[in-house]
Ligand binder design. Structure first.
Ligand SMILES: [Zn+2]
Length: 320
């Protein structure tokens, strides 16, 4: 079947991914793909166009991780799609293992930016600050657009009242039986280990098991059987910076001081240019034990959440 071709004006929502794994998950969430459109020569982005529940979406990847790259991509996208209103920044992030209204933050959960207290949803840190353990708000980052906050809220309300979890159902859109997509499958709660903050990973570039990390240093948490068919969502403050946090004690002191739920690396670059909701699937705990086991599923969970949002956004007549 030939792909539909719309014009640039028809696209209002950008879906931004930093990693390839995040972009694959994003593509699997589209109801329909659209024909690519010509773009100005100075726009070096590659766009994938499509729709979800009648909302037209531009999916775009970043050439490299980090805030600078994100800022450039968004600037170009705004030039090419003049009606671009807001974005979803969707992918993986490092979680802070604390308790929220939704329970303990664990691997495979989703953290979504939401203004709380004095923070606008995302706060920025930079290399030097993080090294010193100081996290400052680097200027005012725009809060998420009201319409997306409303959609997130509406979705939370409706999910409580349903028998099954539509976000979990969305993760099943990715056919994990295929070899190339296997890594998007749910690893299982027994693959989620949290170690005492002071206990360092034993040997680099090896799994905890291979390197002999002591299971007695793990923090035992209850396994919720229902997590096998439910994506837990936490909403609150996300920290965005140019440095990967791989230090549990730094994670905890920053998180405590600023009420953080998650760390990631692109939001600050995007938010300076486009109002966005930041959606992060939790793939590790920002400690020295971090590994790739949960990357695929965490990316799938974040994309699944993003897809579901489109069922709670108002549909404008002109889009039909
Ligand atoms: Zn380890």
């Amino acid at each position: 079947m030939p792909l539909r071709r719309l014009n640039h004006d028809a696209y209002k929502v950008g879906w931004i991914c930093a990693l390839e794994i995040e972009q694959i998950a994003a593509m699997e969430m589209l109801d329909e793909e659209h024909e690519p459109l010509p773009q100005p020569e100075n726009d070096t982005n590659i766009y994938s166009l499509g729709s979800i529940n009648d909302h037209n979406v531009i999916i775009v990847g970043l050439p490299s991780m980090g805030n600078c790259s994100a800022a450039t991509v968004v600037t170009q996208m705004k030039m090419t799609f003049p009606n671009l209103k807001y974005g979803l920044l969707v992918g993986i992030g490092g979680g802070v293992p604390i308790e929220t209204d939704a329970g303990m933050i664990r691997l495979g959960h989703v953290v979504v930016s939401k203004p709380t207290g004095i923070h606008p949803g995302v706060i920025q840190y930079n290399h030097g600050d993080a090294m010193l353990g100081i996290l400052e708000r680097g200027g005012a980052l725009a809060p998420p657009p009201i319409v997306l906050l409303n959609a997130a809220r509406e979705m939370a309300v409706r999910r409580h009242r349903r028998e099954y979890d539509p976000i979990w159902e969305n993760t099943k859109r990715i056919p994990t039986g295929r070899r190339a997509l296997r890594r998007f499958g749910f690893p299982g709660a027994d693959k989620d280990h949290l170690y005492q903050p002071h206990y360092e990973h034993q040997r680099k570039a090896m799994s905890c098991q291979e390197s002999g990390c002591d299971p007695r240093q793990r923090i035992e948490r209850q396994i919720d059987e229902e997590d096998d068919s439910y994506i837990v969502v936490h909403r609150g403050t996300i920290a965005s910076g140019g440095l990967v946090i791989a230090d549990a004690q730094k994670r905890d002191s920053l998180a405590q001081e600023h009420g953080l739920l998650c760390f990631e690396m692109e939001a600050a670059g995007v938010l300076n240019n486009l109002p966005c909701l930041v959606i992060r699937g939790i793939c590790d705990y920002c400690d020295t034990h971090k590994n790739d086991v949960w990357h695929g599923f965490a990316a799938a969970a974040a994309a699944a959440y993003a897809r579901q949002l489109f069922f709670h956004l108002p549909i404008q007549e002109a889009q039909r």
